[in-house]
Design a protein around this ligand. Structure first.
Ligand SMILES: NC(=O)c1ccc[n+]([C@@H]2O[C@H](COP(=O)([O-])OP(=O)(O)OC[C@H]3O[C@@H](n4cnc5c(N)ncnc54)[C@H](OP(=O)(O)O)[C@@H]3O)[C@@H](O)[C@H]2O)c1
Length: 330
């Protein structure tokens, strides 16, 4: 039995935002469990990050069936940590999970079929040791499954009481409008979209934002720090304990080019003038868009988490700063 007792002041610290036109509110920063909550990171360290987040008012934790490494591990670890520390606070938490990428071997462990999605939510709930998730996402569009089948499966998951809301991830603007219209006609409107968005990847601005305005669904961008590239992490080489140093499959040494470092150094200078770290400025820059509900961060330590939360102390950008950032990113 844990002795964890959350900070009683946790709700006085940050303003919550509505998911588009929906009733649900999320904190401006949410915590994702993609890479730091698998078998490589000790459970006490994971617990420390999750409880520090909740203490700071971060009520939303984001998972997926394939998070780890290996796949399933993050959900299983979260389940253990939840039972020990958060069981009495289930009603104060928004827990999400997803299916859509490779989940398990065989013909039913990938894609967007009814079979895969309904099986996956069952497995996820078992791993997470909870009765329902707050948000269930289709993780990526599946060109080989009719969109109607995928949306009907998502609707059914809500009707079964296994999820409160539905989200879409990695869908293009056009796909989002079509999927949102199907979900609405089924009576389960889409709550939120989870796209990639950061200073190094701005596709969302031209593609997805118009679709989000049209459908009025919320938006929670992932990899806001480009997995650590938009921080001081790699400015003086590659630390052994970093995502690149630990040999992540998703962030490789060859992505740290001289051109990238030049860009990062220039951005770092602007951040310093704003009396922020580069990570803080990169997060604040995403929150400048009114369509953004929350920013989905990853953190490998409590220090990173606290530093990132402090971005909320300065979310304002002058026109000159925004112009200079645009010029650097051009
Ligand atoms: N829907 C999707 O397809 C999809 C895809 C990817 C991610 N996601 C979600 O988005 C979440 C966040 O993604 P992400 O982990 O790529 O986010 P991120 O915030 O861009 O990167 C997190 C990493 O950046 C480094 N970092 C964070 N704060 C730092 C700081 N203040 N100073 C220095 N370094 C710092 C850490 O790297 P080190 O580990 O090197 O310390 C940390 O692990 C995931 O957990 C997941 O929930 C969704």
């Amino acid at each position: 039995m844990s002795s964890y007792s959350p900070d009683p002041k946790r709700y006085s610290q940050i303003p919550y935002r509505h998911c588009g036109k929906n009733g649900l509110k999320l904190p401006p920063l949410s915590l994702g469990l993609w890479q730091n909550f698998g078998e490589l990171n000790p459970l006490p360290q994971q617990t420390e990050i999750l409880t520090a987040a909740f203490d700071a008012g971060i009520t939303h934790f984001d998972l997926a069936n394939n998070y780890g490494p290996p796949a399933d591990a993050a959900e299983k670890n979260f389940g253990k940590i939840f039972q020990e520390n958060f069981n009495s606070f289930r009603h104060e938490l928004v827990i999400s999970t997803k299916a859509g990428y490779y989940g398990w071997e065989g013909p039913y462990g990938d894609g967007g079929s009814r079979k895969y999605l309904l099986s996956s939510i069952e497995r996820s709930l078992r791993h997470l040791q909870i009765d329902y998730v707050d948000i269930f996402y289709h993780h990526r569009p599946d060109p080989d499954t009719p969109l109607e089948e995928t949306m009907q499966a998502l609707d059914q998951i809500v009707r079964q009481g296994k999820a409160l809301y539905i989200g879409l991830s990695n869908y293009s603007g056009e796909q989002t409008v079509e999927a949102a219209s199907l979900l609405k006609s089924l009576g389960t409107p889409c709550l939120i979209h989870q796209p990639v968005y950061n200073m190094l990847n701005r596709k969302l601005e031209s593609d997805l934002i118009p679709a989000l305005r049209e459908t009025q669904i919320g938006c929670i961008p992932f990899s806001p720090l480009a997995q650590g590239l938009l921080t001081n992490r790699y400015l003086k080489g590659i630390p052994e304990d970093s995502r690149v140093g630990r040999g992540s499959l998703f962030l490789k040494q060859n992505q740290i080019t001289p051109k990238l470092l030049e860009t990062v150094h220039k951005l770092d200078k602007i951040a310093n003038n704003r009396e922020q770290s580069l990570a803080q400025m990169a997060l604040a820059w995403i929150l400048r868009l009114p369509e953004i509900t929350s920013v989905l961060i990853g953190a490998s330590s409590v220090q990173q988490l606290h530093q990132n939360i402090d971005c909320l102390k300065n979310l304002k950008f002058s026109e000159a700063e925004l112009k200079e950032i645009d010029q650097i990113l051009d």
